[in-house]
Design a protein around this ligand. Structure first.
Ligand SMILES: N[C@@H](CCC(=O)N[C@@H](CS)C(=O)NCC(=O)O)C(=O)O
Length: 222
């Protein structure tokens, strides 16, 4: 017997930000991971400014803007609100761009931090430290969502190279999946479009190779 999975979501009825939310963070941080999960739940488009350890551009900017070198840090250009603290950011996003509710797994305090950390532990710190890279003039666009291991591989590299990226959330249930399907004839994530070079591509391994070849200052041997 064939069972169909029906994709539904309430996000279509929620207010959408006119300009993307800006989040300063890095892939390997469990507190940042919690916020990224909420971003997927709310189907938001977010401009991520990567702040891996040792990175020269956005880490100092956060210190300048907020007074602390702590991640995640969120700026909402639509409301002028800016804040640290993953729980505060999650609650703000839920109230402003959702129905106010936060999924149970994201509001268990220490347990949420531990489970978010476990979700990252198999990748042994990937997406936490900086690899010297050229800074592009425009953010790279990526269609991705937090639950996908293939999207994670692509984002680790975006973060390690400190490449600003506009992430179009497209988790299960996202109405953007249908739009994507109409445009490209299939749905597959991750997918990137780099306005700096005109490159468009699927496949996490190809994306990683492209990003390193285009932006890393020292090429890896492996
Ligand atoms: N209570 C904060 C904790 C955030 C936190 O400790 N973030 C770490 C990264 S996982 C940090 O900013 N460390 C300083 C650094 O990376 O330089 C929250 O929930 O957002």
């Amino acid at each position: 017997r064939c069972r169909k999975v029906k994709e539904t979501s309430k996000v279509g009825q929620c207010p959408r930000p006119a300009k993307p939310i800006e989040i300063y963070e890095f892939e390997g941080c469990p507190f940042c991971r919690k916020v990224r999960e909420m971003v997927s739940v709310l189907d938001l488009d977010v401009l991520y400014y990567p702040c891996p350890k040792g990175s020269p551009t956005f880490r100092p900017k956060v210190l300048e803007m907020g007074g602390k070198r702590q991640f995640p840090y969120m700026v909402d250009p639509n409301t002028g609100v800016a804040m640290y603290e993953s729980d505060d950011i999650i609650n703000y996003l839920a109230k402003t761009y959702g129905d106010g509710s936060v999924p149970i797994m994201l509001k268990l305090g220490l347990l949420t931090t531990i489970t978010a950390g476990l979700a990252l532990s198999g990748r042994s710190g990937k997406g936490s430290s900086y690899t010297p890279a050229k800074l592009p003039s425009q953010p790279i666009e990526i269609w991705a969502y937090e639950g996908s291991p293939f999207c994670k591989i692509a984002r680790e590299t975006l973060v390690e190279l400190e490449l600003p990226h506009l992430l179009h959330s497209c988790a299960r249930g996202s109405p953007k999946r249908q739009d994507f399907f109409k445009k490209y004839g299939l749905f597959q994530a991750p997918y990137i479009e780099d306005p700096n070079t005109g490159v468009k591509m699927f496949e996490s391994a190809d994306i990683v190779e492209y990003l390193r070849a285009t932006y890393a200052l020292r090429q890896r041997l492996s």
